[in-house]
Design a protein around this ligand. Structure first.
Ligand SMILES: C[S@@+](CC[C@H](N)C(=O)[O-])C[C@H]1O[C@@H](n2cnc3c(N)ncnc32)[C@H](O)[C@@H]1O
Length: 349
């Protein structure tokens, strides 16, 4: 089954009832679109939150991995597992939540309250990556949350560009374990390869101790000393992986979980891409943003104007935010053609 964005439709409506439960129209590539189940009225109980530790043997989860790479301008290349792998290997995978089997059986990109779409990379993630590339944000020393991360490309970019700490959250534990964590590990390997090449000026994302080691190795080499043997990095202790935390669960449960920590996080940057499609989730989402954003922090939201089949979208979310009176909303980018897509930034008033 080929990759396609199933909200990629050309007409717009403001009445979700017009389209609830309908098959989505075919995307631009004429690939077979899956449907979106409008189960918002039969919402399942709030999904418990959980913190996931990186596996003790990260290489194992990359066995037979089929990855692809996105390269945007001057951004570091970002690697991620190809979504078709999940469909092809569903019977061999741990699927306690049964989302792999259900999404494949129902040919559905999103089953509200069950599977929230995290197994593929959604279109607006690429918009936000492009904006970051143009704006030159470097993330140095920042605490970043990729909220509703799915594949986690936004968080991974922040990590590779020097964020001090990156937290990844997805509704589904299967997504975190089988996609987000493997993707971070894939990109850690890439980072090692960069270090070996040691390109001048490619220091983004490296912590100072790493830079010191590399400088020392270079000096030794100049003085005719043999290069030190490359020290095997214990993968869970990989410097990039060590800066990450992974969480699954509903936003309200996630918020409760992190607020219980000895040092509850405050994030300088929160990314959230294609997460405002369901108005029923707005209170939990707004509360999480409100409680977790640092005083001078920024929330980047990448979204479509309207999500057919589920009914939410930017206008409804902006109205919700304005009514709460906590954040101001500024448009950073609005697409000029096709289905309307946007990037907005929220900051405390
Ligand atoms: C359509 S996917 C987008 C994934 C990714 N951000 C991207 O752009 O590729 C929506 C994501 O929002 C998150 N999400 C949606 N509703 C949620 C909820 N009520 N609680 C927690 N996470 C939720 C899920 O984790 C899901 O991966």
């Amino acid at each position: 089954m080929s990759f396609c964005f199933n909200f990629d439709v050309h007409a717009q409506t403001t009445n979700p009832d017009d389209v609830a439960g309908n098959e989505l129209q075919k995307g631009k590539n004429d690939c077979t679109a899956k449907s979106i189940k409008d189960n918002t009225k039969q919402a399942e109980p709030v999904k418990e939150a959980k913190e996931h530790l990186p596996p003790s043997d990260p290489q194992l989860i990359l066995t037979d991995a089929v990855s692809e790479t996105v390269t945007i301008g001057t951004l570091p290349p970002l690697h991620f597992l190809n979504e078709t792998v999940f469909e092809k290997t569903v019977s061999e995978r741990e699927d306690g939540e049964e989302i792999l089997s259900r999404t494949t059986e129902q040919r559905s990109d999103l089953i509200s309250g069950v599977y929230e779409g995290g197994l593929k990379v959604w279109e607006c993630t690429y918009d936000l990556l492009e904006l970051i590339e143009k704006d030159g944000e470097t993330f140095g020393g920042k605490a970043v949350l990729d909220l509703g991360c799915g594949a986690g490309l936004l968080g991974i970019l922040a990590l590779k560009r020097g964020a001090r700490q990156v937290h990844f959250q997805d509704y589904n534990s299967t997504v975190i374990e089988q996609l987000t964590v493997p993707n971070v590990i894939l990109n850690c390997q890439e980072d090692d390869a960069d270090s070996e090449d040691d390109k001048e000026g490619s220091g983004k994302g490296k912590i100072p101790e790493e830079e010191d080691c590399k400088r020392k190795a270079k000096e030794d080499l100049k003085e005719g000393n043999p290069p030190p043997k490359k020290k095997a990095v214990d993968p869970p202790q990989h410097p990039l992986l060590a800066r990450c935390h992974f969480f699954s669960g509903d936003w309200s449960a996630f918020l409760n979980l992190v607020l219980k920590k000895d040092l509850p996080p405050k994030y300088d940057i929160i990314f959230t891409s294609e997460t405002i499609y369901n108005t029923a989730y707005y209170p939990a989402l707004h509360e999480a943003l409100h409680k977790l954003l640092a005083a001078d922090g920024l929330v980047y939201i990448a979204t479509k104007s309207h999500y057919f089949g589920v009914g939410g979208g930017l206008h409804l979310f902006e109205t919700y935010v304005e009514e709460r009176g906590v954040f101001s909303v500024d448009h950073l980018w609005d697409s000029e053609e096709g289905l309307q897509r946007h990037i907005v930034v929220l900051r405390f008033k």
